[in-house]
Design a protein around this ligand. Structure first.
Ligand code: SF4
Length: 417
């Protein structure tokens, strides 16, 4: 039976503003589909190679990192995406594509791999206006996810991750998505669940400096009435534990305002298509991150698929980690594993901005997805504010009775978190 989530018992990932795992590059603002939860306006604008190189210079000046997440918009709409991957590879970082996969084709994938592509994170969820897949449930979309995972598997040795935004009406489907990922544990290396967020205009006023601003100008304002805006990582774990009571996270990033909030919550499970043998513990992930940093000077972003197929070797670190010890005992005495690989698969839950009743903004402390704005690093999830107002906005509670702590925050009610 799993333990209640207590941040003091998990490993606090060592990622910071200046020393992190990744940097978030946006070579384009153009996208080829539309997603309800998107936090970027779809503008038909591509950055030049010179501008992209300048962004990489800013990252290199301020941050140590292992990989570059190439996002957007959708990066596959950029005509020079293969050159961008090569540029990142040539500068010694791991190129990771963050795409909806709509434009992904086997021949393009082969070109990207030749250019040095190390991983792909595919954003697939039921709130996307994706031709041929509109109105499908999250579980029905597993068919599309499998098509994409097989395409990446065929290209070989490219890390494959899926991310989905979590809404109140898709939360119940998460255990099914977790099970799907296990059935394809040989192809799918990471599942990412991102809790939906939007600006709550009923509860707060917004200011850019001293200037009161209208958030309606931003794509992440005005969500459909009744949409929950405060689903947390704890809610997602609780949902997964309804089907997998032993589901055990091991590491986290806390919030900038709330130290016990799980803004990034990582779980690693060892298994086969048929069985999960156990979960990595806090000591194992600490060893993985610190030994990689000692060896390379960087924290580890995206392990290689061939490493993730070697779960049995990792279990020999059982003397250092409780989770590994439990897994080792279950795996060691199972003859079926004698001739099968044991895979390590990660599940990451991300809980974006939370605004407290008094207006403080609880961001991810050690945000990995920092991008470039005006020659400095900025939260990519709120870049629109900089682009529209020249700075991040402040949230000031409206002079009305805030919702009691713990009350669900829905569009049209007061703030919480
Ligand atoms: S602060 Fe925003 S951009 Fe950074 S990790 Fe959190 S949600 Fe992502």
């Amino acid at each position: 039976m799993s333990e209640p989530l207590d941040h003091r018992k998990l490993y606090r990932l060592p990622w910071s503003l200046s020393d992190n795992t990744i940097a978030w590059l946006e070579p384009t603002s153009k996208c080829n589909i539309y997603c309800e939860g998107c936090y970027r306006a779809n503008v038909n604008q591509h950055k030049s190679m010179e501008e992209i190189s300048a962004d990489l210079d800013v990252f290199a000046k301020y941050r140590t990192f292992d990989g570059v997440s190439i996002a957007g918009g959708d990066p596959l709409t950029h005509p020079k995406i293969v050159d961008i991957v090569k540029m990142i590879q040539d500068r010694g970082w791991k190129p990771i594509l963050n795409t909806n996969g709509h434009a992904l084709k086997p021949e393009l994938l082969r070109e990207l791999k030749r250019a040095g592509l190390m991983g792909i994170t595919l954003h697939v969820d039921s709130k996307q206006m994706r031709p041929g897949w509109k109105g499908k449930t999250e579980l029905e979309l597993n068919e599309l996810r499998l098509q994409l995972a097989k395409m990446i598997g065929d290209a070989g040795d490219i890390s494959c991750a899926f991310n989905s935004t979590v809404y109140s009406d898709t939360l119940d489907q998460i255990p099914g998505m977790v099970d799907w990922a296990q059935e394809h544990i040989d192809l799918v290396h990471v599942m990412v669940f991102i809790c939906f967020r939007a600006a709550v205009e009923s509860a707060y006023e917004y200011y850019a400096g001293a200037r009161k601003i209208d958030m309606q100008q931003l794509v992440y304002s005005d969500p459909p009435a009744g949409t929950r805006l405060d689903i947390t990582a704890r809610d997602v774990v609780a949902k997964i534990r309804e089907r997998h009571p032993d589901f055990e996270p091991c590491a986290y990033l806390n919030g900038t305002e709330k130290p016990d909030s799980f803004k990034w919550l990582l779980t690693g499970r060892f298994g086969t298509k048929k069985k999960i043998y156990g979960y990595m513990g806090p000591k194992f992930i600490e060893l993985a991150q610190t030994s990689h940093h000692l060896r390379t000077g960087r924290y580890l972003a995206y392990a290689e698929p061939k490493t993730l197929r070697r779960g049995k070797w990792m279990l020999w670190l059982w003397p250092f980690d409780k989770g590994l010890r439990r897994t080792f005992l279950r795996a060691f005495f199972d003859p079926r594993l004698a001739f099968r690989p044991l895979h390590l698969q990660s599940i990451m839950i991300i809980q974006p901005i939370d605004v407290t009743p008094d207006g403080r903004q609880n961001m991810c402390d050690g945000c990995p997805d920092m991008t470039v704005w005006d020659g400095r690093l900025a939260w990519s999830c709120r870049l629109e504010e900089c682009m529209k107002f020249g700075q991040f906005v402040r949230t000031v509670p409206k002079a009305c009775v805030p919702a009691p702590e713990g009350e669900p925050v829905k569009a049209g009610t007061n703030g919480g978190a």
